[in-house]
Design a protein. Structure first.
Length: 237
C-alpha cells in the first residue's frame, strides 16, 4: 500500500508543478502544509461542510487494461522508482491484459493495482490484481476464469462445464482448455442438489478431446451412474 501512496503522490505533484493546463481539478485550494506529519494528502477539512454531498469523492481516469501499455522509459527516473509496483487504475473493460505488459490476466470493470515487487528494471512478472469488494472471490464461468490463487507466482484458472456418464464406463469427456499445462483440481457435483461426487479423478489425459478423464479416486476407478454431472476444473497454463 505504501507504493500505491507514493505513486499517487508523485502523479499529484507532477500535475500541480508541471502542467499549466491542469488535468487535475480540485474544489478548493491545494496547500503544502503537511510537512512533518504522517499525511501526504489530507482532505478531511471537507468533513465540516454543511452539504455532506460535497468533497466526498475522488474521480479516477478510466483505463482500458485490455489496451494499456506501460511507458517503461520512465521506470528509472526520479518519478517512478518502483517499476509501477502499487500503481492503481480504474479498469473500464472486460478481457485480457496486453501480452508483454506483465502476466497476461483476465480483467473486468473495477479497481486494479499492479503488483510488481522485487522486479527492478522490468514489468515481466508484474500482474494486475483486482481490489475492492469483489477481490476476495471468483465467479467461475463456462469460459476461462482467472482465480485468486497463484502457485509459485503462476496463475490458477478455472472453468465450469458438464459431462455425461453412460453408467457402464469410467471414461468421461472433460476437455482440456486451450493452453492448459496441468490440472490443479476438480470438483464434480450436480447443480440443484447438495451432492458433491468427487474432488478428484482416477486419471486425466491432458489435451485429448473425448474420453480424457477416468472417474474415481487416485487409487480406484469408479463407474458413475448414468446421467449428467457438473464440474469445475482448476488448472495451470
Amino acid at each position: 500500500m505504501k507504493n500505491v501512496l507514493v505513486n499517487i503522490t508523485g502523479c499529484f505533484l507532477l500535475f500541480l508543478s508541471a502542467n499549466s493546463n491542469a488535468q487535475l481539478l480540485t474544489n478548493g485550494n491545494v496547500t503544502a502544509g503537511l510537512s512533518g506529519t504522517n499525511y501526504f494528502m489530507d482532505a478531511s477539512n471537507f468533513e465540516g461542510l454543511a452539504n455532506k454531498s460535497f468533497g466526498r469523492g475522488m474521480g479516477f481516469p478510466r483505463t482500458d487494461l485490455t489496451d494499456f501499455r506501460f511507458n517503461t522509459s520512465t521506470a528509472d527516473n526520479e518519478v517512478v522508482l518502483s517499476d509501477f509496483d502499487g500503481m492503481v487504475v480504474f479498469n473500464s473493460t472486460t478481457g485480457d491484459t496486453v501480452t508483454g505488459q506483465g502476466v497476461k490476466t483476465k480483467v473486468a470493470p473495477g479497481f486494479y493495482y499492479f503488483s510488481n515487487p522485487g522486479n527492478p528494471g522490468n514489468i515481466t512478472n508484474g500482474k494486475w490484481v483486482a481490489i475492492g469488494a469483489n477481490s476476495g472471490r471468483t465467479n467461475i464461468l463456462t469460459t476461462e476464469t482467472a482465480t485468486n490463487t497463484l502457485i509459485n507466482n503462476e496463475q490458477v484458472y478455472a472453468i465450469k462445464g458438464t459431462f455425461t456418464a453412460t453408467g457402464s464406463s469410467t471414461a468421461v469427456s472433460i476437455p482440456s482448455p486451450t493452453g492448459m499445462t496441468g490440472m490443479y483440481g476438480i470438483t464434480i457435483y450436480k447443480s440443484g442438489t447438495n451432492t458433491i461426487y468427487a474432488r478428484e479423478l482416477y486419471s486425466y489425459a491432458l489435451g485429448t478431446t473425448a474420453g480424457n478423464a477416468v472417474t474415481g479416486s487416485p487409487h480406484m476407478s469408479v463407474v458413475y451412474p448414468a446421467g449428467t454431472y457438473d464440474y469445475v476444473l482448476e488448472y495451470l497454463k
